[in-house]
Design a protein. Structure first.
Ligand code: TYM
Length: 358
């Protein structure tokens, strides 16, 4: 199947028809789960109508913790296929693999050299992951948010739709662009006004689903790295497994589901999941489930989860049957992304004073 080029503008903050830009990505580490979908990918879909959208599979981020080389390529393909299965349309969006566009690594290096070390040392996710890894923490793990800043800034992104756990990283990207590049290196125009080099993205806007919690502990985030698979629902889990995980999900001794009771994080999380998966407002979900026991609620939630994931799983299977199509999508994505990224990188190289090659 041929993929028409939507005509991405080579540089500047707006794409074709002056639309604002969006950039986001997911790491190809393990199976993507409901948190990744509800907190991020699902919100990308609607933005395709109003924005010039770039979605990358961030494989360079995936090696900041120990990884299995034999799985990386397959996980990268599977993540890209899931983007499409979730409704990302390659005719309207640029879908690509981060490591295929070398500008990401190069801009990361340039940004490294202006980013204070203590900005990175105070990143919550670094501290949490470093604690888990003990002595084996790589420099890449510390540097992870700078690479993420490079991802965002290369595309002059206006909006970066992410879940709550990435909020601090997005703020860091804003600070690097504003305080460390534009404030220090922006050239002046004829009137002496600074001409910004990098676009500063908008602050994070968090939507419902921005923090999906674990099924086994309503106080911790649903995460790919939790060793207990029962803590998360993977997007490709078969229906029986989804039902089993929900059946075993942690509950509390109280009857009735409710939002906002700090003593009942599991009720809050599972009711929130039900509202999102069944397409109900929070009020409607509360009205429906306020008097329900867990024994009635859980099958209802399982049914909603299975029904919400079925079309996505079907599309995923179809896409994986056509590897040529997926590889064409990624090849075209690489070209489009590469053009935009290279133009931004060149602006930064020039502003930092590098000798151009002859
Ligand atoms: P990653 O791969 O950990 O997660 C991908 C996206 O899923 C969101 N997410 C969640 N949302 C709600 N509840 C949860 N339990 C949950 N778990 C994960 C994340 O917030 C994220 O939006 N550093 C990023 C990837 C990245 C990126 C970027 C994102 C690299 N470069 C540039 C945006 C722009 C990450 O590790 O996401």
């Amino acid at each position: 199947m041929a993929i028409p080029d939507p005509g991405i503008a080579p540089s500047g903050s707006a794409g074709p028809s002056g639309r604002p830009r969006v950039l986001s990505g997911v790491q190809p580490t393990g199976a993507l789960h409901l948190g990744n979908w509800l907190g991020a990918i699902r919100n990308w879909v609607d933005l395709q109508d109003s924005h010039d959208t770039f979605f990358c599979v961030v494989d360079l981020h995936a090696i900041t913790v120990p990884h299995e080389p034999a799985r990386l390529a397959e996980d990268t393909l599977s993540t890209a296929a899931l983007y499409l299965a979730c409704g990302i349309d390659p005719q309207r969006s640029t879908v690509f693999v981060q490591s295929h566009v070398s500008a990401h690594s190069e801009l990361c290096w340039l940004l490294n050299c202006v980013t204070p070390l203590n900005w990175l040392e105070r990143m919550i996710q670094f501290k949490e992951k470093a604690l888990k890894q003990g002595a084996d923490v790589s420099a890449g793990l510390l540097d992870y948010p700078v690479l993420m800043a490079a991802d965002i800034l290369l595309y002059d992104a206006d909006r970066v739709p992410v879940g709550e756990d990435q909020k601090q990283h997005l703020e860091l990207a804003r600070d690097i662009a504003q305080q460390r590049i534009n404030a220090r290196f922006a050239p002046r125009d004829g009137e002496g006004e600074p001409m910004p080099i990098l676009k500063v993205p908008e602050p994070p806007i968090l939507r419902e689903g921005a923090r999906v919690m674990s099924l086994t502990d309503g106080r911790s985030k649903m995460s790919k790295s939790d060793p207990n698979e029962g803590s998360r629902i993977a997007l490709l889990d078969p229906p029986e497994l989804i039902s089993r995980k929900i059946k075993r999900a942690k509950t509390d001794p109280q009857m009735g589901l409710e939002f906002g009771n700090p003593e009942r994080p599991e009720a809050d999380n599972l009711l929130g999941l039900y509202a999102l998966l069944a397409g109900r407002s929070r009020e409607a979900a509360t009205a429906e489930c306020a008097a329900m026991g867990w024994g009635t609620f859980k099958p209802l939630l399982a049914e909603a989860a299975v029904a919400a994931l079925a079309p996505l799983q079907q599309r995923y299977r179809e896409l994986r049957r056509d590897p040529r199509y997926l590889s064409e999508v990624l090849q075209q994505g690489r070209e489009r992304a590469g053009n935009v990224a290279e133009a931004t990188l060149e602006r930064v190289r020039q502003a930092l004073g590098f000798l151009p090659p002859t």
